[in-house]
Design a protein around this ligand. Structure first.
Ligand SMILES: Nc1ncnc2c1ncn2[C@@H]1O[C@H](COP(=O)(O)OP(=O)(O)OP(=O)(O)O)[C@@H](O)[C@H]1O
Ligand SMILES: [Mg+2]
Length: 428
C-alpha cells in the first residue's frame, strides 16, 4: 500500500506508517494557500492508495481543492487528522463529510487501527452530535409570557425532499396534542397544505395569511433582524390567539388559500415572529416546513425550533437528500443533537430501517410510520387525520418528541371539524 502523508516535517505518522511496512512519502508543510494548488496537483501524479492529511499543516485548508481532488480521485482513501482542539460543528469539516470523507481521525488514533476499519457516515455524524448518541436535547428553553404555560416547546418538521409525509405527520401530532395545548404553523408559503388536512380546499379560510400581511405595518422590512413595531407584535400575537381551533386546545395558523391566483410575497421574519407568538400561548408549537431547504421560511423555522423532526421515506433519493439536510443544519450551526428521525415507509422499497439508522442517518428514531396508502388517502379526502381514531399512537409520539406530559384533563372526543364542507374530489 502506498501512502502519502501531508503534515509537518516532524509528524510521528511517518514512523508509524513505516513500522507497519507501508511505502510512505511525506509532503512536508505547512502549506499555505498558494502551495496547496501544487500539493493536490502532485497528488494526482503520485496517485497513492491513501492520503493522510494532517489538517493543521494546511494553512488555511482550501476545501475546494480537496473537492476537485475527490472528484477525480474518488477511489483514493483520504484520511483527515483533525486537531484535538477542533470542536463541532465546523463548516470545513461538514463540507468534507458532504464530499464523502468519513475518515476523520484524531491525533490519538493509531494509524494502523484507522486503516483497518471502514468508516461510514455514522461515525462523523456522531462526532458532530457530540458523541453519545442519546436522544435530542433542547438547546433553548423558551420563556413563555404566560406563567401558566410551563416549558413551551417548538418543533419544526423538515425533510430533504417534497412529498415524504411532513404535513401528514404535523396534522396528526396536532390532533393528538390537544391535552398539551398546541399551535400549528404552516410555514410552506409556496404550497400551503396543512389546513387541507382539516378542511376542503374550496372551503373559505377565515384566517388566511394575507390578511395578516396586510395588517403588519413593518411588513416591508428588508431584513428579518429588523425589529417588529410594538403594534405589529401585538397583531402577530392576536393572530395566533384568534387562529381557528381544529380541536379543543389546538389552533392552526394556516398559509394562503389554494384558490388564489397570485401568492403575495411573505416578508422575512414572519415565521420567526409567528413562532415566538405561538410559544407564548401554547405549550407546543409545530411548524410545517416547505420541502425545499432553499426557502427563507425553512431557515426561519429551523432556527426558531427547539427540536427538529427530519422525515424521510426509505428510498435512495429521499435518504440522500436527508443527509444533505444534516449538512445544511451544520452550516446553520444547529447541533444534530436536536434532530429526531421519522421514517415514513410510504412506497416501502428502499433501505431497511436498520440501514438508515446505522449507516445513513444516525439520529435517534422517533417513529416509523407504516406504509398504508388507503388510510392516508382517506385521511386527506375526508380531512380527518388518522390520529382522530388512533390517538394513543400519536400522543406517544408527541410525548417522546417533546419530553412533556400533558397538563390538560383528557377529553373524551375533543376532535371536531369546525366547518365541515363537501370534499373537493369525490374520491373516484
Ligand atoms: N405512511 C404513509 N403511507 C402511505 N402514504 C402516505 C404516508 N404518509 C403520507 N402519505 C401520503 O403521501 C402524500 C404526501 O404527504 P404529505 O403531504 O404529508 O408530504 P409533505 O412532505 O408534507 O409534502 P410537501 O413537501 O409537498 O409539503 C400524501 O398524499 C399522503 O397521503
Ligand atoms: Mg407538506
Amino acid at each position: 500500500m502506498r501512502m502519502v502523508i501531508i503534515g509537518r516535517p516532524d509528524t510521528p505518522r511517518v514512523a508509524e506508517a513505516e513500522a507497519l511496512g507501508l511505502s510512505v512519502q511525506l509532503l512536508a508543510g505547512p502549506h499555505d494557500g498558494d502551495a496547496q494548488g501544487l500539493l493536490w496537483m502532485s497528488l494526482h501524479r503520485l496517485n497513492p492508495d491513501v492520503v493522510w492529511c494532517v489538517w493543521e499543516s494546511l494553512e488555511p485548508p482550501d476545501v475546494e481543492l480537496i473537492r476537485q481532488y475527490r472528484v477525480i480521485r474518488g477511489a483514493t482513501r483520504l484520511v483527515v487528522e483533525l486537531p484535538a482542539a477542533l470542536e463541532p460543528p465546523d463548516a470545513a469539516v461538514s463540507t468534507l463529510v458532504s464530499l464523502g470523507v468519513y475518515d476523520l481521525v484524531r491525533p490519538t488514533d493509531a494509524l494502523g487501527a484507522v486503516l483497518d476499519r471502514t468508516p461510514h457516515y455514522g461515525d462523523v455524524a456522531r462526532w458532530h452530535a457530540g458523541g453519545d448518541g442519546a436522544g435530542p436535547t433542547p438547546l433553548r428553553s423558551s420563556g413563555p409570557a404566560d406563567p401558566e404555560i410551563a416549558a413551551a416547546q417548538t418543533v419544526a418538521v423538515i425533510s430533504g425532499k417534497g412529498g415524504v409525509g411532513k404535513t401528514s405527520f404535523v396534522s396528526n401530532c396536532l390532533v393528538a396534542a390537544a391535552p398539551w395545548g398546541a399551535v400549528g404553523i404552516d410555514a410552506d408559503f409556496v404550497k400551503p397544505t396543512l389546513h387541507l388536512a382539516f378542511q376542503a380546499a374550496d372551503a373559505p379560510l377565515p384566517h388566511e395569511l394575507d390578511q395578516l400581511l396586510v395588517a403588519l405595518e413593518s411588513g416591508s422590512r428588508q431584513r428579518a433582524t429588523e425589529p417588529w413595531s410594538p403594534r405589529d407584535q401585538q397583531t402577530l400575537r392576536d393572530w395566533v390567539r384568534q387562529a381557528d381551533l381544529i380541536t379543543d386546545g389546538v389552533r392552526l395558523v394556516p398559509g394562503l388559500s389554494r384558490t388564489r391566483d397570485v401568492l403575495p410575497a411573505v416578508p422575512p421574519g414572519v415565521v420567526t415572529a409567528l413562532a415566538e407568538a405561538a410559544q407564548k400561548v401554547a405549550r407546543l408549537t409545530l411548524i410545517d416546513t416547505p420541502g425545499s431547504t432553499m426557502e427563507p421560511s425553512w431557515v426561519e423555522a429551523v432556527q426558531a425550533a427547539d427540536w427538529l423532526v427530519l422525515v424521510t421515506t426509505p428510498d435512495y433519493a429521499a435518504v440522500l437528500e436527508s443527509i444533505d439536510v444534516l449538512r445544511k443544519l451544520d452550516y446553520l450551526h444547529i447541533p444534530r443533537s436536536r434532530v429526531w428521525l421519522v421514517i415514513s415507509q410510504r412506497g416501502r422499497s428502499g433501505y431497511s430501517t436498520a440501514e438508515i439508522v446505522e449507516t445513513q442517518l444516525p439520529l435517534p428514531l422517533l417513529a416509523v410510520i407504516p406504509d398504508n396508502p388507503p388510510l392516508w388517502h382517506q385521511a386527506w379526502r375526508l380531512h380527518q387525520p388518522p390520529a382522530v381514531k388512533d390517538r394513543k399512537t400519536w400522543a406517544d409520539i408527541v410525548r417522546r418528541m417533546t419530553g412533556l406530559e400533558p397538563d390538560r384533563p383528557r377529553q373524551r372526543n375533543p376532535f371536531r371539524i369546525r366547518r365541515r364542507r363537501p370534499a373537493l374530489t369525490s374520491g373516484r
